[in-house]
Design a protein around this ligand. Structure first.
Ligand code: SF4
Length: 323
């Protein structure tokens, strides 16, 4: 089976000022040599602390940001070769804040209809107003909203309803791949569960593949078939959800698990939570970037960057001394 979305050795650098009183430019590597593949029908979770590069990776994956180096393939073709409309008909994104994808001056019906209108034009078809309205009413019903919501404005909805509108907008043109960037982190706990269940239902009924990004391992565990753990721009561990939650091999994953409810009761209390702050990407530590916070760090880790190696089929880790 070939991957729907592939990131091959993808990096993204930004040029920034060193500080408020130091105008000299500096280069920050937000994403560093990431290789990932999203298979048809799967959910690939991407987890890591805020500022580790997850959102930059998400924006590159949908073509909103070009990589500085490396290649992103959508259905085997370089993402940069797709026109924006072609791309939007195959891959869509759901953001943390639905306001960022909904125009407050447009009715939600008009916002939802837009991607479908553009996608149909790309394939030489113009849909009538009645056809668009019917399609919008249909997708509103599928995401659990009422047909009369079509003429309302975003401010008339609750946070959870707005995220449903954003999901409807992302899915109306049947894109196949959905990149969800912290889609529930701004919602109340009860609404979070409803939204996650909605995303699962939509995935099953529409045969979607998700790249699902969150800082919350509980959410990632609920949603994902496989999980990639990111630290300071790099993937440090990649495994199936079941394997990662029971046999984490990277001390960073272990520390994240210590802060999340454990699926394995025998390991409760055994794991040490994470201490310290993530280093600034402006001056990443030499060697293994995790060494200043790692309880297992040895002098060797301060000097040599560990490669990502496969411990066993489907389970890769970037650590000189895996657990
Ligand atoms: Fe810790 Fe060393 Fe592994 Fe890095 S390489 S995670 S410092 S043990």
């Amino acid at each position: 089976m070939s991957a729907l979305l592939e990131l091959k050795n993808v990096s993204r650098e930004f040029s920034v000022r060193r500080g408020m009183f130091d105008p000299r430019p500096a280069s920050v590597k937000a994403v560093n040599d990431v290789t990932l593949a999203l298979m048809p029908g799967e959910t690939l979770g991407l987890v890591g602390e805020s500022g580790c590069g997850k959102s930059t990776l998400a924006r590159m994956a949908v073509g909103l940001l070009p990589p500085s180096s490396g290649e992103i393939l959508l259905s085997g073709r370089n993402l940069q070769e797709w026109t924006p409309i072609e791309r939007a008909s195959r891959i869509q994104m759901v953001f943390q804040d639905p306001f960022s994808s909904l125009d407050p001056r447009q009715t939600v019906g008009a916002s939802i209809a837009e991607p479908l209108m553009l996608a149909s034009r790309a394939f030489g078809k113009t849909l009538s107003r009645a056809e668009l309205r019917e399609a919008v009413s249909g997708i509103l019903a599928r995401v659990g909203l009422q047909p009369d919501h079509i003429d309302r404005y975003p401010h008339e909805f609750s946070g959870g309803q707005r995220q449903r509108v954003a999901v409807a907008r992302a899915l109306i043109a049947k894109p196949g791949v959905l990149v969800c960037d912290e889609p529930v982190s701004a919602l109340d706990a009860s609404v979070q569960a409803q939204t996650l269940n909605l995303l699962k239902d939509m995935q099953e009924s529409m045969g979607l593949s998700y790249l699902f990004i969150s800082h919350d391992l509980g959410v990632i565990g609920f949603m994902s078939d496989r999980v990639a753990v990111m630290y300071l721009g790099r993937i440090v561990e990649l495994a199936s959800g079941a394997e990662l939650f029971t046999h984490a091999a990277h001390p960073y994953t272990e520390a994240l698990l210590a802060a999340a409810p454990s699926r394995d009761p025998s390991r409760r209390g055994e794991r040490k939570p994470l201490t310290g702050e993530m280093p600034s990407p402006l001056s990443p530590p030499a060697g293994c970037a995790f060494h200043p916070r790692c309880p297992r760090a040895k002098p060797f880790c301060h000097e040599q960057t560990p490669p990502l190696v496969e411990l066993e089929p489907g389970h890769a880790v970037r650590c000189h001394f895996p657990l």
